[in-house]
Design a protein around this ligand. Structure first.
Ligand code: HXC
Length: 520
């Protein structure tokens, strides 16, 4: 209501003046500093990420929670820009921390802006995207700041698996603050300008005397190559934000919806003759599983997740006949494709992500077993490998397994065999399913015969050949129904598209429980 004597135009001007002040964040000097080194500002990031003109800002005029230390401190926008918008026409919610305002530090009211859009995202069934660039807990706000983080972490966990949550790390993300991204589905980092760690270089130096830079400690390469904390690394803010858009295109809006279908010019009947050259019957000759995947999927497009960590297993998104699929595949070019601790964690997490968001899973199998060694046993490969078994059995999305070459032992089960819940299992003529490789098997089963023989080497060779004849093929498993069909390699794309289409309306009912108890 207009107060007497005050013109409407004045009120509008006052509102615009306040809005402009908020939009200027920490002011020209700090904005200039932010842009040095190629970083975008909080608002530029939102503008770049969302469809043009779609941003609807929320909580614009929120101010910091006053206390003695914050008296007289100005924090336009409270250090974070929040709201909704669209990406490819689909609604998302976004928060973008503004480092130019008190280092983007998080206080109680800053957190309330973030939790507001998280709640709206949950209520409306839309993804949440966090653009992180913050010095962490706002020191002046003490326990209120910790409480703000708690409110965010709580929602990260409660909304996990309900709506997709994606974190882009575009600047500092330190201390306990790292646990918000860590609780989300995906972490994307910018190389050179972002870092994540629990305790920084100074604290580390004082406690352990180790000297390490920010980048060496928690840069994008560390987290996408060594720790497995982050999923994807890019050069520059724009590339990270492009990555977010791309990733979202494979995901549904929420757990009740199906992922979007992207029509393709790539024919479903396209023959895969290239596979005949690529995957030969010689079990010792490795091939690039990446090439197999690209040959099969729409337009050869594969968004690999965590491509530089645990390279012995490949996970990522692609489309078959326009439908999103999650692919889990052994990589014979790395550690002969064996499964180890990191590979198990990587695959199990990805399988569960697909299952949360109704993305069917294609598993490509070429595996000799779990990696032997004390390091693996002491590190708990039993516990970690169990995660894969658990994740596959738990997943109720359509699951198709294709055995390309070897599938041995426990790894045969861990790569989603029929018994572990695969809906359909295919094999190529090059496949071999057995408890172990022929040489190892012959040495154990026929040890006495080999030892007693006049010519042990000839006997060993003969026993290996016998074992190969008996088991090194897909037909023993097919004869018992563990494999549904041995298919021509060149028809694989068409078969997979037909099979996922057949499984589209699959439903699986599970016994009542609060939630399962995955071995962690
Ligand atoms: C309030 C902060 C702040 C903080 C920085 N600022 N950190 N204000 N709380 N935590 C302010 C600075 O005073 C400065 O204000 C502006 O932000 C930019 O900071 P600079 O230091 O000038 O920037 P830069 O040189 O780029 O260094 C960035 C930085 C450094 C490395 C992140 O600021 C830093 O080390 N900050 C402290 C980080 C920290 O210890 N955070 C608490 C982590 S513990 P002016 O007005 O000069 O521009 C934590 C616990 C969370 O987060 C627990 C959750 C469970």
């Amino acid at each position: 209501m207009t107060q007497p004597g005050i013109e409407l135009q004045e009120l509008i001007a006052a509102m615009e003046q306040r809005r402009t002040k908020v939009e200027q964040g920490g002011g020209p000097e700090r904005l200039k500093k932010q842009k040095e080194g190629g970083k975008l500002t909080a608002r530029e990031r939102i503008e770049y990420l969302l469809d043009p003109g779609s941003f609807l800002e929320m909580s614009t005029f929120v101010e910091h929670g006053r206390n003695r230390l914050m008296d007289g401190v100005e924090a336009p926008g409270e250090g974070v820009v929040t709201g909704s918008g669209t990406i490819g026409g689909r609604q998302v919610f976004v928060f973008s921390q503004d480092f130019t305002v008190l280092g983007g530090s998080l206080g109680k009211m800053n957190a309330s802006k973030v939790t507001k859009i998280m709640d709206l995202a949950a209520k409306t069934g839309c993804p949440v995207i966090g653009l992180n660039d913050s010095a962490g807990a706002r020191i002046q706000e003490g326990v209120d700041s910790l409480s703000g983080y708690g409110e965010i972490f709580y929602r990260n966990a409660v909304y996990s698996g309900s709506v997709p949550q994606i974190s882009a790390i575009l600047g500092p993300c330190a201390g306990g603050a790292v646990y918000s991204p860590a609780l989300t589905d995906f972490i994307l980092m910018s190389r050179g300008s972002s870092y994540m760690f629990i305790t920084g270089p100074e604290v580390i130096k004082s406690v352990t005397r180790e000297e390490v830079t920010f980048d060496q400690l928690g840069g994008a390469d560390v987290h996408t190559r060594r720790s497995g904390v982050a999923h994807l690394a890019y050069d520059g803010d724009e590339a990270v934000l492009d990555g977010v858009r791309d990733l979202l295109s494979y995901l549904p809006q929420n757990a009740r919806e199906q992922p979007p279908v992207r029509p393709t010019q790539d024919p479903a009947q396209r023959r895969n003759d290239a596979l005949l050259e690529l995957v030969t019957p010689d079990q010792r000759k490795p091939y690039a599983m990446h090439d197999v995947i690209r040959e099969l999927v729409d337009e050869g497009t594969f968004l690999e997740i965590q491509p530089d960590w645990a390279k012995n297993i490949l996970v990522g998104f692609a489309r078959l006949g326009g439908q999103s699929v999650g692919i889990v595949a052994n990589n014979p070019k790395s550690m002969a494709g064996t499964l180890n601790i990191d590979a198990s964690d990587k695959a199990a997490r990805f399988i569960r992500t697909c299952d949360c968001y109704n993305i069917p899973i294609l598993t490509l199998v070429d595996v000799t077993g779990f990696l032997p060694g004390t390091q693996q046993e002491y590190g708990g490969i039993i516990r970690h490998g169990a995660k894969m078994l658990y994740a596959y059995a738990e997943a109720s999305v359509p699951k198709v397994t294709l055995i390309t070459r070897k599938s041995y032992g426990g790894a045969y089960l861990a790569m989603n065999s029929r018994d572990m819940g695969a809906d359909v299992v295919y094999a190529w003529p090059t496949a071999a399913v057995a408890v172990m490789g022929a040489e190892g098997a012959a040495n154990i089963v026929y040890r006495k015969d080999i030892k007693a023989s006049d010519n042990p080497e000839a006997t060993r060779a003969q026993k290996i050949a016998e074992y190969k004849d008996a088991f090194d093929n897909p037909y023993v498993a097919a004869a018992k129904g563990y494999i549904d069909d041995v298919i021509p390699m060149e028809d694989t794309r068409e078969r997979l598209i037909q099979t996922f289409s057949m499984l589209r309306d699959k439903e699986e009912v599970r016994p009542y429980k609060k939630h399962g108890n995955i071995p962690l």
